[in-house]
Write a protein that binds this ligand. Structure first.
Ligand SMILES: [Zn+2]
Length: 202
């Protein structure tokens, strides 16, 4: 038997349902890409739309991301939204409010491996989970945590930046300063978006 299409009766829904419909709802959206591809901007946009719909939103970031104020996530265009900085992925579970419907996680590549099961658990509970993060490190190697989240997510959005050398679509982040650390927190002064070809040229 074909499942019946869900009927949305505007005006007859509570303002802030804990989950969507009778089937529990819950899913993961991954917004990934290189530096300067607008990932955090896109995350903030989705969270704001949810807040306009009076859904309860909570945002988390890693305590490792110290570029800006710790109690906010901030995109390069300086739009910002309050967030809770946590040291470990599992800390999200103890800080999440029981009635939070939409959970945002920024710079997800900074988290430990457990972030994958944490996001799955939140989605299984009927919440909408939106993660944003880098898909590749400065060497052009995929970030395992981001890739695993892309694998389990219902929706994946891959953003591209613009190559700062040739203007083509760019999906890599070239580090301008020397150093071998895979995670090096920084922004415009340390990184540049590069296309595949210009990334190889160094
Ligand atoms: Zn290029």
């Amino acid at each position: 038997m074909r499942p019946r299409a869900k009927v949305v009766r505007n005006g007859h829904r509570p303002a802030a349902p804990v989950s969507w419909g009778h089937h529990g709802g819950g899913w993961i959206e991954a917004v990934v890409g290189s530096m300067f591809s607008g990932k955090t901007q896109e995350l903030i946009r989705r969270l704001r739309l949810a807040a306009i719909a009076r859904q309860k939103v909570q945002v988390f970031n890693s305590a490792l991301d110290v570029r800006y104020a710790k109690d906010h996530i901030v995109s390069h265009d300086l739009s910002k939204t309050p967030s809770i900085a946590v040291a470990r992925a599992r800390d999200i579970l103890s800080r999440v409010e029981p009635d939070a419907q939409v959970i945002g996680v920024d710079e997800v590549q900074f988290f430990d491996d457990e972030i994958v099961s944490v996001c799955e658990r939140l989605a299984d509970e009927g919440r909408r989970v939106i993660v944003a993060g880098l898909d590749q490190d400065f060497r052009g190697e995929p970030f395992p945590v981001t890739c695993r989240l892309m694998g389990v997510a219902e929706f994946v959005t891959k953003n591209l930046a613009i190559c700062s050398i040739c203007g083509n679509p760019a999906n890599r982040s070239r580090r301008l300063s020397p150093g071998k650390k895979v995670i090096d927190v920084g922004a415009a002064d340390k990184y540049e978006a590069r296309c595949r070809r210009c990334f190889k040229k160094g």
